[in-house]
Design a protein around this ligand. Structure first.
Ligand SMILES: [Zn+2]
Length: 307
């Protein structure tokens, strides 16, 4: 991880602390537009974000442009007004604010589209990932997220409640939860019987519960709720089924909880899998431990954009 990567959460946390001081803890969802417009004055910068506007931006989620006005530099933050999901717009605005805070010294314009972040081989892609990390920390501070969940059993109802609180999409809220939960949990997005992408919590990853979806067609396993085409009824609390249905290396007799939502809008199925604690390491196959290192590297650069 680079220094700048570590800077993204640090900058977001700094803003969160200020917002909590001035507004109290019950201050969500974050008003990103107000924050963006007031940021430069608050921190003494002479190149403010002067406008936040929606516009027709085919192919882009959002953009940030430097403009010159009466000999002074300003920035215009633009979001795609054709996107009808408020949570996505809020995330995009926070992403652009992240570019403004973290990257504006290096570039005069940012045009941001929805894409996966599997590789960080270019500076540009690294900056996209950093802006996403900034947005996620700003909109969903981990300490507040943990307090909101409390001791509840986590399911899609609980995570949906968090998504409402923070004004983000359910996907964004689940990805955030996966970042800090100690539970073994895996989010799988699929369409037409194969996985689009998947993301595991750290403990799931370490126990070998992950999917390699990059450059691979990974089928949804038969017998899973995700494979069922009988009904599109949401299963927000989930059903119990054999862990081996999804993860053949899990012990016989272990079950997992599979939750599912079928989205007509994107023709995608979202599955959240929660496994019990893993077997101790010494009971698992040695080759799994080698796989873990590789997949931790893959997943650390795998940050799907949040719809
Ligand atoms: Zn961007």
């Amino acid at each position: 991880m680079t220094t700048v990567m570590a800077q993204a959460p640090a900058e977001a946390n700094r803003l969160s602390r200020l917002l909590s001081l001035s507004r109290g803890v019950d201050r969500f969802p974050v008003d990103v537009e107000e924050l963006a417009i007031g940021y430069a004055a608050q921190f003494g910068h002479d190149d403010p974000i002067a406008s936040v506007v929606g516009a027709d931006l085919p192919g882009f989620e959002g953009a940030l442009y430097r403009v010159e006005k009466s000999g002074k530099h300003e920035w215009a933050l633009i979001y795609n007004s054709a996107i009808e999901v408020p949570g996505r717009i809020r995330f995009t605005m926070a992403h652009e604010l992240g570019h403004y805070i973290l990257h504006r010294k290096n570039r005069d314009e940012f045009q941001c589209s929805e894409s996966d972040m599997l590789h960080w081989e270019s500076d540009e892609k690294r900056q996209e990932a950093e802006a996403d990390v900034f947005a996620s920390y700003l909109l969903m501070p981990i300490d507040d997220f943990q307090r909101t969940i409390g001791t509840d059993t986590v399911d899609l109802d609980v995570l949906d409640h968090c998504a409402q609180r923070y004004g983000v999409s359910l996907t964004a809220a689940i990805l955030k939860w996966l970042e800090f939960t100690s539970q073994r949990a895996i989010l799988v997005m699929s369409t037409e019987g194969h996985m689009l992408w998947a993301r595991s919590s750290q403990s799931a990853l370490r126990s070998g519960a992950f999917f390699r979806t990059k450059n691979a067609v990974v089928p949804i396993p038969a017998g899973s709720l995700a494979a069922s085409t009988e009904s599109a009824t949401p299963e927000k609390q989930g059903i119990e089924l054999a862990a081996r249905t999804w993860f053949p290396k899990e012990p016989a007799g272990m079950s997992l909880r599979e939750m599912r939502i079928v989205s007509d809008r994107y023709e995608q199925t979202m599955s959240l899998l929660i496994l019990p604690k893993a077997e101790p390491r010494w009971m698992r196959e040695p080759e799994e431990r080698d796989d873990e290192l590789l997949d931790e590297r893959i997943q650390s650069g795998h940050l799907p954009r949040c719809k």
